[in-house]
Design a protein around this ligand. Structure first.
Ligand code: AHG
Ligand code: MN
Ligand code: MN
Length: 341
């Protein structure tokens, strides 16, 4: 049997690949993995215990917060606070930044973490995969209490990103800018083990993922692209198949493995789409580029978009390079106006 490599071993082996490595970054990933295991445990037993249902609170997006979102948020924040490597957190579930470098343990912390603690939360109570998405930045200021400007860095400054998918098996997938590696949780030993080294997305695919219920509200460029996906053409494997889970992490993960495109476009009345730039679009854009794919708002590279506010949204077209470029072609021809960021 080949030697199994755990996430912990892998991080230490790869530490020298990381430009600023002094061990702090390895500990940060370890802290995220600890919280992920705890969240995984709760996701797995969500049908058994009374953790389903809604808290009644409303987050900054105006959506109802489910209990597991709150739980996941608390776990990641607690792990990052205890770990001492993170100075500032941006979370989907918190209106404002959470500076945490005010304790003895984290006064020298160098990393900013932007996180969607539980993605796909509407799928929790129907036993469908959910996830966590994170982006990591170096802090800007040398010293002092962390401030919001450190969270508003361009996607180009990201030093690492990843996601956890709580699915039929649980995986931790991340990149530090040298490819994408995936680790599957072995529940018998409680360790994430390297199962998907150097992941790369096929250049093209035959899956498209979009909430077609919103078709009437889509820009013309998206409508034309969808018609293109549905046309018959043997040479390009069309018509493509439509696959949409409603958890971005799960849709992204499937398309990463099989090839495909995920689109959450602007819609009439929601010009910037639904998904949030800092902790949904940017980290996934970083990962897809590292895997050889592409991410765009339809006209511009996601990672180049100006970051102006914590919870800003962006349309997103992400996946196999050839498919994203094809969709961009339709957007340029039929919907050539850059969404307001
Ligand atoms: P979250 O649960 O973090 O709010 O994210 C939900 C997102 C994303 O995961 C998914 O792709 C999208 O919302 C689905 O939206 P629609 O239901 O509008 O298709
Ligand atoms: Mn989300
Ligand atoms: Mn969420």
């Amino acid at each position: 049997m080949p030697q199994m490599i755990t996430l912990g071993q892998f991080i230490i082996e790869k530490q020298t690949d990381f430009p600023f490595a002094k061990g702090g970054f390895s500990r940060l990933i370890r802290d995220l993995a600890i919280a992920a295991k705890i969240v995984n445990r709760e996701v797995n037993k969500a049908g058994l215990v009374n953790i389903l249902g809604e808290t009644g609170d409303t987050n900054i997006q105006g959506e109802q917060v489910k209990k597991l979102d709150v739980f996941a948020n608390e776990q990641f924040i607690a792990a990052l606070k205890a770990g001492g490597e993170c100075c500032l957190i941006v979370s989907e579930e918190n209106d404002h930044v959470i500076p945490i470098n005010n304790s003895e343990i984290s006064k020298d912390a160098k990393y900013v973490v932007c996180i969607d603690p539980l993605d796909g939360s509407s799928n929790i109570d129907v036993n469908v995969s959910v996830g966590t998405i994170f982006a990591i930045y170096r802090r800007i200021h040398e010293t002092g209490f962390s401030t919001e400007d450190e969270a508003l860095q361009s996607g180009r400054e990201m030093v690492a990103a990843g996601y956890i998918i709580y699915g039929s098996s649980t995986m931790f997938v991340y990149s530090t800018g040298k490819g994408v590696n995936g680790f599957t949780l072995d529940p018998s030993i409680g360790e994430f083990c390297l199962s998907h080294p150097q992941m790369s997305i096929p250049e093209t695919g035959k899956l498209y993922s979009i909430n077609e219920g919103n078709y009437i509200h889509f820009p013309d460029g998206v409508k034309k692209y969808l018609k293109y996906c549905q046309e018959i053409d043997d040479a390009t494997n069309r018509p493509y198949s439509s696959r949409y889970i409603g958890s971005m992490v799960a849709d992204f993960h499937r398309n990463l493995l099989k090839g495909g495109i995920f689109i959450y476009p602007s819609t009439y009345g929601a010009e910037n789409g639904k998904l949030r730039l800092i902790y949904e679009c940017n980290p996934m854009a970083y990962l897809i580029e590292q895997a050889g794919g592409k991410a765009s708002d339809g006209l511009n590279r996601i990672l180049d978009l100006p970051v102006t506010s914590l919870h800003q949204r962006s349309p997103i077209f992400i996946g196999s390079k050839a498919m994203v470029e094809q969709a961009e072609g339709f957007m340029a021809e039929f919907s050539p106006v850059t969404p307001i960021v």
